[in-house]
Design a protein around this ligand. Structure first.
Ligand code: CU
Length: 174
């Protein structure tokens, strides 16, 4: 694990660069030029990710976050993975005739210059077949796959269910 501090430092620097890029970017009337090859800023940025804590023995939980698209093209998340779960699915919570049901969706769209919120009662990432119990305070790495093939890594802290909206029943599916 000797390399870990370097990885963390690199991630911190990358995060700072992303924040700087977002802060510095502003609407411009300048003609579009090809992006410099050296800059590999992700097409989507992630805000306030968290995973809902579930009781020991629970095999599924959900991750919530806000996706921001600083770019000029619509982007979508088309898949996600995490070492904490065998499977991660993209889900929507839909009102079907007064009954709230979760449905798997193929894409989570994020409009150009806009945001898409994943929150209890709405869109979420479903972590299915957890490989071990997740306790509040630990951090779950998640990787998002975008429609252009880019990948976005994020670390989502586990939060107690009460803080995350206890009314949503994570275990109910299909
Ligand atoms: Cu779900």
């Amino acid at each position: 694990m000797r390399a870990l501090p370097h990885v963390i430092t690199a991630l911190a620097l990358l995060g700072a660069a992303v924040i700087a890029a977002v802060v510095l970017s502003r609407p411009s009337s300048a003609p579009r030029s090809p992006p410099p090859l050296a800059v590999a800023a992700p097409a989507l940025t992630v805000r306030e990710p968290y995973v809902r804590e579930v009781p020991p023995g629970a095999t599924v939980t959900a991750a919530f976050l806000t996706l921001a698209n600083p770019g000029t093209s619509a982007r979508a998340v088309v898949a996600a993975t995490s070492p904490a779960a065998q499977v991660v699915e993209l889900h929507a919570h839909l009102d079907e005739g007064g009954v709230m049901r979760m449905r798997r969706v193929a894409r989570l769209e994020v409009p150009a210059g806009g945001t898409t919120v994943l929150a209890p009662g709405g869109y979420h990432l479903m972590l299915i077949d957890l490989v071990r119990p997740l306790a509040a305070g630990e951090v779950v790495p998640i990787e998002l796959v975008l429609d252009d093939g880019a990948r976005v890594r994020l670390d989502a802290p586990v939060r107690a269910a009460a803080a995350a909206g206890a009314h949503a029943q994570v275990g109910r599916h299909r």
